[in-house]
Design a protein around this ligand. Structure first.
Ligand code: ZN
Length: 408
């Protein structure tokens, strides 16, 4: 009995006082070696460490906000002394401004400047990496979730939002058939995004309409509200009643996949569609309030690193004002026509059933609907609402912190 206890004691002791080491490199960086004898070394710039001091004077703990006096911040700050405290697993830095900062190893590791760690953080926590799909792959990528499970279990809510972020589409099933479903779902995530047309909206052909309007025309592929700078992010479409007629199917296309094809096979079209700025507009009145919305943006919007930030496409909502040089006009039309042809060829059609809630990314996917015969014996009734990505990503991070204990 005696020997194992001794061994255990030594082992515990070793773990407890495991050495970490730290040193000043070039007078400006601090190198931390989390474990003696292991090659892993983390390097942190002094200016960043001093800026992120966690003491009460520099950091407001309950709001997790910096309160350092930045009016007098010295970007040339130097560390003058360093203590690697293996017992507390922290590094203590004394600075040239006579201040002292303490950083735990865990906090430092979470904020590593190593490229792979930063990429992992951005991919796993900032925003999940998108995976693009062709229409043929729709059945493989489209995830289904049970509505009640999404409403009652945080882990299912997290999986739904994760799928929406990665693939841009997910389907909820077995929702009740009342008109409050989209609001309850939006409020489970955060809150409904209001637009010119209100909060919830109803997609329904007007009964008793004259002659050919009696048939609900096909709705060509488009994104909703491209004329907003802050375009609504995610459509929630709750199928309450579905038509028995052969039409009324949803069509979806991954706009990022179409952009991938253009980028690979038709680089000149890709260049034009991501550069030439198009005017998108919407003019009308709602509830007695006149509106005139315009937003100017390319069909394919890119960030500084060439990643897609948004796709815009809507035939009705493209303005006749086209503020580009004359020489750009015809080439742009040719490129846009190619984009539209590729999207139509790749679109996937499917029909939602009563109780289905189709959710998809309006920043990324194009959607449409096949025509259908809307009559009193064959009605169709869809209730919709929008959510914003800021609200969805925030909810997803909160859930990951709670369920997967991701860093703060
Ligand atoms: Zn401080």
């Amino acid at each position: 009995m005696w020997v194992p206890r001794l061994l255990r004691t030594i082992k515990q002791h070793t773990q407890f006082t495991r050495q970490i080491s730290a040193r000043i490199v070039n007078g400006t960086n601090i190198e931390v070696q989390p474990e003696d004898g292991k090659p892993e070394k983390l390097i942190f710039p002094s200016v960043w460490l001093r800026d992120n001091c966690l003491c009460d004077e520099c950091f407001h703990g309950s709001s997790k906000s910096r309160k350092l006096d930045w009016d007098n911040f010295d970007t040339r700050i130097k560390p003058v002394d360093l203590v690697a405290d293996g017992k507390e697993k922290q590094v203590v830095v004394r600075w040239s401004d006579h201040h002292e900062s303490r950083f735990t190893l865990e906090w430092l590791k979470d904020r590593s400047f190593q490229k792979e760690k930063q990429e992992e953080y951005l991919r796993e926590f900032y925003r999940p990496e998108t995976q693009h799909w062709s229409g043929k792959q729709f059945q493989d990528i489209a995830r289904h979730f049970n509505y009640e499970e999404v409403m009652s279990q945080d882990s299912t809510l997290m999986q739904w939002l994760q799928s929406l972020a990665v693939h841009g589409v997910a389907l909820l099933r077995n929702a009740p058939l009342d008109e409050g479903v989209v609001r309850r779902l939006a409020e489970r995530v955060g809150f409904i995004r209001r637009t010119t047309y209100g909060e919830e909206f109803v997609v329904q052909a007007k009964p008793g309409a004259q002659n050919f309007a009696y048939l609900s025309l096909p709705l060509p592929l488009h994104t909703d509200l491209p004329y907003y700078e802050y375009k609504p992010s995610v459509n929630i479409l709750h199928c309450v009643v579905q038509t028995d007629s052969p039409g009324g199917s949803n069509m979806l296309v991954d706009g990022f996949h179409i952009a991938d094809i253009l980028r690979r096979d038709y680089p000149e079209d890709f260049e034009r569609l991501s550069r030439v700025i198009v005017d998108w507009n919407d003019i009308g009145s709602e509830d007695g309030r006149k509106f005139h919305n315009i937003w100017r943006a390319p069909v394919i919007c890119l960030d500084a690193e060439g990643r897609y930030t948004r796709v815009n496409h809507s035939v009705p909502q493209r303005d006749s004002h086209f503020n580009v040089p004359l020489a750009e006009v015809l080439p742009w039309y040719e490129s846009y026509a190619r984009f539209v042809r590729l999207a139509i060829a790749d679109s996937h059609a499917f029909k939602t059933q009563p109780g289905d809630v189709l959710t998809f990314n309006n920043i990324r996917l194009l959607h449409g609907r096949t025509g259908y015969d809307d009559s009193e014996i064959s009605p169709r009734y869809i209730v919709g609402a929008y959510l914003d990505w800021d609200i969805i990503y925030s909810r997803l991070r909160v859930l990951k912190n709670k369920i997967q204990r991701k860093p703060q």
